[in-house]
Design a protein around this ligand. Sequence first.
Ligand code: ZN
Length: 445
Amino acid sequence: MTEIFVYNTEARKKVLFEPVDPKNVRMYVCGPTVYGEAHIGNARPYTVFDILFRLLRHVYGETHVSYARNITDIEDKIMDRAAEEGVSIKTITNRYTKIFQEDIRALGSLEPTTEPRATDHIPEMIKMMRTLIEKGNAYEADGHVMFHVPSMENYGRLSRHSRDELVAGARVEVASYKKDPADFVLWKPSSDEQVGWGSPWGRGRPGWHLECSCMIEKQYGETIDIHAGGQDLIFPHHENEIAQSECTNGKQFVRYWMHNGYLTVDGVKMSKSLGNFHTIRDLLNDHGGEPLRLSLLTAHYRQPVDFSHDNATEQKRRLDRWYRLVDGVTASATVPQSVIDALSDDLNTPKAIAALDALASAETAADLKAGANFMGFLLTATDDWFRGDAPEGITTEEIEAMIQARKNARANKDFAESDRIRAALTEKGIALEDSAGGTTWRKAD
Ligand SMILES: [Zn+2]
């Protein structure tokens, strides 16, 4: 069996992946908070950990791997958006959940096995808070339920933050009712106008961290194999998930923590004020799903990845080459070992892409197709995006008509005519490629 090595954030090293139960491998990736269109940085974890999902399915069997990606459908930003538009939070969360799912699908990722929603887990959250209060890990204060950080001996072990950093991280929630400045919110009160649920501590709503702990326990039980997300989630979000879950049941919560690096745009942090803020949707329109997916995978997932229109265009050219080679070719039945080897080494996607490039020749086109398919590139787009638009002075229809005329000439063994047509197209900046599947065209380089 293929051995998979992953970098475990908690151990700070690359280790052999060994699931609790190879017949039931469970991974969880923190999903989006649905209050607006997701940006390209949000797409990164759902693309790189989709590769992990595919690899696990390949190694353990499709029916033996389960992937949960939650939807955070209660949060202050959602409530603000609903208030702005004068609609219910359900209207907002349904709208942006649908857009998110469409975007991630267009990027070529598989559907997760399950997509739990936070608001479907309120009873589980109340139960967990009750247990934490009983065990002395949480307390009620002023309509809030707070997790008491000093009650957990090894709190902070994932982020390895100092006491000062832990306090600084919890600073946003500085409040007079905190017993310790590092304590964090499990439940907060809602006013009459705000969305809320009844609880033993009054009407209120959950804090974000609590949701994931409860969804994981409900879906998968006390211990899961892999928990993944962006590196900005290590602290406080994932640190707090560990605190809640392990103090509730005393079991190891997660065996392997995996975190992806940041995404920059043209070398700088993406921000609305810099005007370099791109939604996934806008970029899908500009570049198409496959070039965008490929550009997200060109860097190793733990390294920063830089998005630029130039890089997306470059990936489109790379896909052009693959498309032309696999045209009319049936994919090999097995995934090339070079691709599996690269991905088994802590999801080394740059190496896997290099392995695909090494297979990009007419003799190995069937392997190229199998490897590309495995990584989520179907190479079957029925539109002709990969050929590029027709150059000025000629239309796509005219090109297609000339290709047909050339085909007829060749069938009649009129090679002079067929050469004349090819030359005429070359003059217009069109290159033709003949393969077993027929003739395709593209803009000449
Ligand atoms: Zn989470």
